[in-house]
Each structure stands twice: as structure tokens, then as C-alpha cells.
Design a protein around this ligand. Structure first.
Ligand SMILES: [Fe+2]
Length: 397
């Protein structure tokens, strides 16, 4: 008997940021017996193919949409095979228990290098002083742990500005205007649905992080909000050209980067953050997928000319920035966060893993993967220039 009930899927798919309405309509049509009798996901996908075809939905989209919501660690299905759409970042991190995606055998070099980095850096340059889930809100924290936990909260304030307290009345979301402008540009009903689901999910993150900070210290949400008004953030200086397509590329790259950022906290020594992080990793995967679908739609609509445009935007604008955004190789902050069990990997390890994953993403869209060393050097050069014009916060820590 197939371990996921069709009714659970019906509840989740349409409200996700990577919703594909054609899949949802096909799902509604599928007989429950057909669904229940399938021995595994591949067999189910074969059995439901006529229903997918009838509604213009794709088999591959069916598989990753199932795995994204119901694969380990989020559900009873085995670990995702569609790694860059449904997996979690450990598949690319090259750690001893990581699963190298079968489709990525040609990327062995990068993954092998990654495994080496992990062995050398993860375990030899710091002695970890706190275990996963060691501390709860209200625990007596060692002074240095407290200091670095608070630095982490402030360093990542940009993705979790707490609007939800009593004091937040009258404060507008920093993304409200850009979200409204993008909604007006959505090319079709499915895109508009996805974008609406996405903005709702970001508000939910704000609520989750507000609750986390509030439990740590009720004065903290306001302090982080005020800090964000003053601090320089490199990503704020990073501009899209305002079009729907550019924002799709941005989601495809930036929210995928967000999955790596949140994954660092899944084993956090501060348990309340660890609990939120596993949910956030899943959500960020969906945001990256939304970007992927919007870029895929664009290329399919616009043909080779469209593909050339996407390639040029990625090569010249997006890719260098995102490689640099993981921070410098020699970051002292990163070492202290690892010492206190607040992050797990070096910036280099995360950057290499992200590149391995992006290689699969771009390849699947018929795009070329930028040369790592060249893109990284250009990104760091741009980051250094930005630092000269503004006192850097922690965005490139
Ligand atoms: Fe996101």
C-alpha cells in the first residue's frame, strides 16, 4: 500500500509556492484505488500518467512534487531522488553520510573536493563546544555562547525581521512594494497563485522568528528591527531589473541559497532555532522551485533567444553575487559559530555544495554552468567594492 494518502497531497499542493495547478487537477481525477495500490513512487507515476497527460502535467513534476513534501525527513517516502527540486542540502555536502545524486556523477570532482574540504575544515579547525539541541529558551547559556547566538540573530535579521509584536503596528513589510509590483506582472494565473503563496509563506517565517526571539528576550524583536534600519546589507544593494523574469532567476538562486543558510541551523545547539530551521529549509526549497518554474516557463515561451537572455543574466549578474554571498573563506565569525554549534560548515564547504547543486539546476534548463573560480573571483571583487562604499554588516561575514 502506498504510504501517502491522496487526500494529504490534495491539502498541500495548491497552497505551496511551487504549486502546479495542472498537477492538482490531475490529482483530483485519479481514482483512490489506483493511488493506494502503487508499490512505490515510480510505479505510482506510471499508473497516473494518463491522468497527468489529460491535464497537461509532467511526470517529472509529479515525482519531485511528491518527494518535496513527503520524502525523508518530511514524510514516509525514501530520501528524494530529484535532489535539486526536492532534496535537502546534505545531499550535496559530501559528508560521510551524504548521498551523491546519481545524475551528478560527472560532478565527482566538485563533490570529491567538497568531501575533502569537510574533512579538513569541519572537524580540524575548531573544537565544537556545544551539542545539537543542548540549550532551550531560558537555559543558562555560557557567556560566549550567548554572545555568538545573539550575533547570529542580528547577522541574519534580514530574513526574519519581526513585525508581529504589538510594536509592529504601522510598520510596513520591506518587500510590500516590490511584491505588489511583481504580482501585477505575473504572466498567468498559475504564476500569480505561486507568488501569492510565496509571500504568505514569508510572512509565516516572520511570525516564526518573531516568536523565537520573543521567547529568548521580549526586547529582542524591536532591537533587531532597529538594527536592520541602520545596517548595510550587500543584498539590498543587489538589484534585479524589476522584471518578472529577473525576479524568477533571483528566487531560483537566492532562495536556494536560503535552504543552505537554514540547513546550518537544523542541528543548532539552540534547540528553538533548530526546530524552526527544518521547516524553513523545506519552505525555502519551495521558493527556489517557484523561481525555477518561472524561469522554465520563460524559456519555453521565448525559445533560444529567451534562454540566451537568462544565461547572460546569470553569468554577468546573479552567479558571481551568490557565490560571494556565502562569505569569505577565512571568516572568523564562521569559526566561532561552528565552535558553539550554531553553524555546521565552513563558508567554502557551503559554496562548493551550492555550486554542485546549481550545476544540476542550470543543466536541466539547457543552461551552461559558470566557471566556479572566475564567477567567485568576480563576486568577491564586487563585494569588496561594496564594502568600500558602505560599512559592511555581516552579509559577507
Ligand atoms: Fe524564501
Amino acid at each position: 500500500m502506498f504510504p501517502v494518502d491522496k487526500r494529504s497531497v490534495q491539502c498541500l499542493w495548491l497552497s505551496a509556492p511551487d504549486a502546479i495547478p495542472a498537477l492538482c487537477f490531475a490529482l483530483d481525477d485519479m481514482p483512490a484505488e489506483l493511488w493506494r495500490d502503487a508499490p512505490d513512487l515510480d510505479a505510482l507515476a506510471d499508473a497516473v500518467t494518463p491522468y497527468l497527460q489529460r491535464h497537461g502535467a509532467r511526470r517529472w513534476d509529479f515525482i519531485w512534487s511528491m518527494e518535496r513534501h513527503f520524502s525523508e525527513p518530511y514524510g514516509p517516502l525514501p530520501k528524494a531522488q530529484q535532489t535539486f527540486m526536492a532534496g535537502i542540502p546534505d545531499m550535496f555536502l559530501g559528508a560521510a553520510d551524504a548521498v551523491a545524486p546519481a545524475a551528478a556523477t560527472r560532478l565527482e570532482g566538485v563533490l570529491a573536493e567538497q568531501a575533502h574540504l569537510n574533512r579538513v575544515r569541519l572537524h580540524s579547525d575548531v573544537t565544537v563546544a556545544a551539542a545539537p539541541y543542548q540549550y532551550e529558551a531560558g537555559s543558562e547559556l555560557p557567556a560566549e555562547h550567548r554572545e555568538w547566538l545573539e550575533k547570529l540573530f542580528f547577522a541574519h535579521g534580514e530574513c526574519m525581521i519581526p513585525y508581529f509584536g504589538e510594536e509592529a503596528k504601522g510598520i510596513k513589510s520591506m518587500y510590500q512594494d516590490v511584491d505588489a509590483a511583481l504580482m501585477e506582472q505575473a504572466p498567468d494565473a498559475a504564476s500569480r497563485l505561486r507568488f501569492s503563496n510565496f509571500t504568505n509563506e514569508e510572512y509565516r517565517h516572520t511570525f516564526q522568528f518573531f516568536s523565537l526571539y520573543n521567547a529568548y528576550d521580549p526586547a529582542l524583536p524591536r532591537k533587531i528591527y532597529e538594527h536592520e534600519q541602520k545596517v548595510f546589507r550587500a543584498y539590498m544593494d543587489f538589484k534585479t531589473d524589476g522584471t518578472w523574469l529577473d525576479y524568477g532567476i533571483f528566487n531560483m538562486l537566492a532562495d536556494r541559497l536560503g535552504t543552505y543558510q537554514a540547513f546550518e541551523w537544523v542541528q543548532s545547539s539552540y534547540a528553538p532555532l533548530a526546530r524552526v530551521a527544518l521547516k524553513a529549509v523545506k519552505d525555502e526549497r519551495g521558493h527556489g522551485n517557484m523561481g525555477y518554474l518561472h524561469v522554465r516557463d520563460f524559456i519555453e515561451r521565448e525559445g533560444e533567444r529567451g534562454r540566451g537572455h537568462v544565461q547572460q543574466r546569470i553569468d554577468n549578474h546573479f552567479y558571481p553575487f551568490h557565490l560571494a554571498a556565502f562569505g569569505s573563506s577565512s571568516s572568523a565569525n564562521n569559526r566561532m559559530w561552528r565552535k558553539w554549534g550554531l553553524k555546521q560548515h565552513s563558508n567554502d564547504a557551503l559554496r562548493a555544495a551550492y555550486h554542485a547543486e546549481m550545476s544540476l539546476v542550470l543543466d536541466s534548463l539547457g543552461l551552461k554552468v559558470p566557471v566556479f573560480d572566475d564567477a567567485y573571483a568576480r563576486g568577491m571583487e564586487a563585494a569588496t567594492k561594496l564594502r568600500k562604499v558602505a560599512r559592511a554588516g555581516d552579509a559577507y561575514a
